[in-house]
Design a protein around this ligand. Sequence first.
Ligand code: DOR
Ligand code: ZN
Length: 339
Amino acid sequence: MKTLTITRPDDCHLHVRNGAMLKTVLPHTARQFARAIIMPNLKPPVTTVAQALAYREEILQAIPDGVNFTPLMTLYLTASTTIDEIKRAAECEHIHAFKLYPAGATTNSDAGVADVTKIYPLLAALEKYDLPLLIHGEVTDEDCDIFDRERVFIERYLLAIVTNFPALRIVLEHVTTKEAVEFVESASDKIAATITPQHLLFNRNAMLAGGIKPHYYCLPILKRETHRLALVKAATSGNPKFFLGTDSAPHLTHLKENSCGCAGCYSAFAALELYTEAFEQANALDKLEGFASFYGADFYGLSRNSGTMTLEKCDWMIPASYDETIPLKSGETLRWKMV
Ligand code: DOR
Ligand code: ZN
């Protein structure tokens, strides 16, 4: 039996929600990952240290007995965020970053930032306190084609941000385009990116050819094949600027299979298996450990994990659903399985 053992990985971009959904999905992440950067786009959003600490307690309660998992909390940046709150966050050992959602860009982003240039004083504070800024990098203009929104965000906002705040650590989250890869590669070592399993494995045909498949709909949306190939090249290059962030984003089935379906792919149930398949296809299994277990921790200034996880090459079928959530590739076969 072919096996692969790597240092226990970290998920540097994860949605676990709260309430009943949290109880369903968190065990899936906790069995594979030592830590995860937890997204703050709850309803209402997690905008203060006090809210993040309460959310952290709820997450800790959902970890199965005997499982070792640490949630790394983030705060949701809004136009009303105060410099005092940024300072408090920097002083709190459990808060690791702020997340910037352009208002209206994605799920629960209504409280996000309408005009990024108006929050420059907040970006200056993040730079001063050395707290990373995590960016959902898409413009929201109705007249901007949805397939161009990431590229235009980089041109219109991100180039100016990195010029104005050269010491600010930034993660361009869930990159989906060749232009985003090129931007990150050519930027300073303060700038990194996460890549999801779905953007490594699929192009937009998976979502749109032969019938519309809502479980492949996420934001930023799947792009054409040339972009997928650029992402695979970046992820498997060994460049520490690119690391694992699943963006696993569960939604109830009826909210995705809907005339106006929610964005988000649920991948946490087999995140490592999905990435392993992508790396194997690219003949780059030797590059998986850096991407999954080292570069994210290094970027966040965390120690690397000490335990290991092992995957074996064996076919298994992905269940049709987990409670009321349909996983990515539901009912299909995966080629690797965590031992
Ligand atoms: O597809 C997505 N789903 N993209 C995001 O940015 C948010 C996420 C969610 O929270 O459902
Ligand atoms: Zn996300």
